[in-house]
Design a protein around this ligand. Structure first.
Ligand code: H79
Length: 593
């Protein structure tokens, strides 16, 4: 779609632009104009998303039946009649809600902005709305406006506050988008819904809660570009300082959001955000215990920052107003890491050194931060083709000075020997002069000092009909996953080539990671490296279907001796004309020790 504005387009230029159904659901483009108030957002890097509504009380259960996946979609999954669903508001009483506790947790976690659902697709207003009776104040025994308290508590702590608002979907309203089990599609008047509920509620939110950092629109629909422009213009007058998420639609947002749970495969110059949820669901589900560990959150945050984006991580408080205990615990642990290492995240841009076997980089003027995620055996951190004048290097925590060694165009920094184990140890490299440009054509470094080198599909140079695409699928329901793969290799000319720089002589085992449906299985393929060709036959893993897991098999196909360090390339292609060979996610090189 609009990937053409990507500054680092080359790396991606090979096919991510092919529109997918999912891309049409989400507007991943932004206006490209710089909002005057964008700087705080660029610097913030870490946000807290909160999904809280009637669905939180239901916890993924309707009529004693448990539902899995996105809990905030329960009404839709169980096709609950709007009146039955609305009746549940009478039992919604989040007596344990404590705005100061939530804001305090966000502060401890190192969060810089918070976005909470004012109204999700279910249509229930979690604030005091004069526009509709279907609100926490009018329809539930709680009778108070939690958003007032939360807006104050966050501001008191210097956290930017914003509202999520589902502007098109509203399963409670006959004219809202999405509910076809109660309301006939042909009778819907979307414009009336916008006029009578969506826009008036957005105006309330933008009038009664002080300055909002963000209005986080979700799921555009039912409006032309011109009508969307009008909506944006009207709302901007209320709060010119608020940033609008790209899902306002029609490319009119101030920054780009990717799909739910998606990180772009390469750095992006434009302002953007990645949204993930802590477990599998956005809204609370009592039987969803798949929480990401602190190490996973810390690494995700570093990975997103290394591509130049923000991470907004979601938690789903329950119907009583309690944030799940694992969310609170692991967010605080992330906050402890950030308290010591925040300099390498906040206010950074993507680093000019692409991902290496040891980890990723972020940068500030004069400083490159090396996020060491996988410590090399010899402790040497290679910065290939790094032309800066390095002045000093040190561990961010403890400031212990480290040895820098220049060998031609390469820099090596010696990792501190007695460093305590951490999911991410940060090394600072100070340098003088201008930051070099990010080299999209840099070969992928392969080292014998780590257990595994992963060469992602995004690095493929494709020939003929082979293409690089981002594939979207899910496990339960709406819990999206994304995988960038080389696809459409059907004949012997449809090849994918990967340029590598192998830094040490060693034997390397070569493993292909791919998904392969039955119809593609048992086809012959060929992998070539250093003039040597290896044959293999494809193994069946799974079909590609957006509402099921896409299973990737790790298929070891060869072992090869690399006698001298240097530049190599790997080419993968089918042997004969046939069905698509497979969807290739990565090539892994495992040094044999
Ligand atoms: O609030 C969270 C999700 O509920 C919301 N965005 C995040 C932040 C979201 N709303 N819609 N979508 C995400 C995408 C909708 C996908 C759909 Fe489907 C595909 C709707 C119908 C087909 C998956 C399968 C979800 C429902 C059925």
């Amino acid at each position: 779609m609009q990937y053409n504005r990507m500054v680092l387009a080359l790396l991606l230029g090979v096919g991510l632009c092919q529109a997918q159904a999912q891309d049409e659901m989400w507007d991943k483009t932004s206006s490209g104009k710089n909002h005057p108030n964008i700087q705080w957002f660029k610097d913030a890097k870490f946000g807290l998303f909160i999904h809280w509504g009637l669905y939180s009380q239901l916890g993924g259960v309707w009529n004693n039946k448990r539902y899995y996946g996105s809990g905030e979609w329960l009404m839709n999954q169980a096709k609950v009649p709007a009146a039955d669903y609305a009746a549940k508001a009478a039992q919604f009483n989040p007596v344990n809600f404590n705005a100061d506790e939530w804001a305090g947790l966000a502060k401890d976690a190192g969060i810089r902005y918070m976005v909470i659902t004012a109204k999700h697709h279910e249509g229930f207003a979690m604030y005091d709305s004069k526009v509709s009776n279907f609100s926490i104040v009018k329809a539930s025994p709680y009778r108070k406006d939690p958003m007032k308290a939360l807006a104050e508590a966050t501001r008191k702590r210097g956290i930017q506050f914003g509202f999520y608002y589902s502007q098109f979907l509203d399963w409670h309203e006959p004219d809202g988008g999405g509910n076809r089990w109660d309301f006939e599609e042909s009778k819907k008047d979307y414009l009336r819904y916008y006029r009578e509920k969506s826009i008036p509620q957005l105006k309330e939110l933008m009038t009664n809660y002080g300055p909002l950092g963000i209005v986080w629109f979700d799921m555009p629909g039912g409006l032309t570009r011109q009508q969307t422009q009008q909506l944006v213009d009207t709302l901007r007058q209320l709060q010119p300082g608020s940033l609008f998420s790209s899902r306002v639609g029609q490319g009119l947002g101030d920054y780009r959001d990717f799909g739910d749970s998606e990180v772009p495969p390469a750095p992006i110059e434009e302002v953007w955000e990645s949204i993930y949820t802590h477990n599998d669901s956005w809204g609370y589900i009592e039987h969803d215990m798949n929480f990401k560990s602190p190490a996973e959150i810390i690494r995700l945050l570093a990975n997103v920052a290394s591509k130049g984006g923000n991470l907004m991580l979601n938690v789903g408080p329950d119907g009583k107003g309690n944030i799940p205990s694992y969310s609170a615990k692991y967010l605080r642990e992330t906050g402890r890491w950030l308290a010591a290492n925040g300099e390498s995240i906040y206010g950074t841009t993507y680093g000019f050194v692409p991902g290496q076997p040891w980890g990723v980089t972020t940068a500030k003027p004069g400083k490159l931060f090396l996020h060491v995620l996988d410590r090399p055996r010899d402790g040497k951190l290679l910065l290939p083709d790094c032309s800066v004048t390095a002045t000093r290097a040190y561990a961010l925590v403890g400031k212990k000075p480290l040895v820098i060694d220049r060998r031609g165009a390469d820099l090596y920094v010696q990792f501190p020997a007695a460093e305590p184990a951490s999911p991410n140890t940060v090394i600072v490299l100070e340098y003088t002069g201008k930051a070099p440009a990010y080299n999209t054509k840099a070969p992928v470094t392969i080292s014998a000092q780590v257990n595994e080198n992963i060469v992602e599909a995004v690095h493929a140079t494709t020939a003929d009909s082979a293409a690089v695409k981002s594939l979207t699928y899910s496990h339960y329901f709406g819990d999206w996953k994304h995988a960038v793969c080389v696809t459409d290799m059907q004949g012997a000319n449809d090849s994918a080539t990967f340029h590598l720089r192998i830094t040490e002589p060693a034997d390397y085992k070569i493993v292909l990671e791919y998904a392969c449906p039955a119809e593609s299985a048992r086809q012959e393929g060929q992998l070539t490296i250093g003039g040597q060709s290896f044959l293999f036959r494809t193994l069946r893993s799974s079909e590609f279907d957006k509402s099921n897991p896409l299973l990737f098999i790790q298929h070891a196909v060869a072992i090869t001796t690399i006698g001298k360090p240097g530049l190599y390339s790997i080419t993968v292609k089918p042997r004969q004309q046939g069905k698509e060979l497979f969807k290739l996610k990565s090539i892994r090189l495992l040094p044999v020790h």
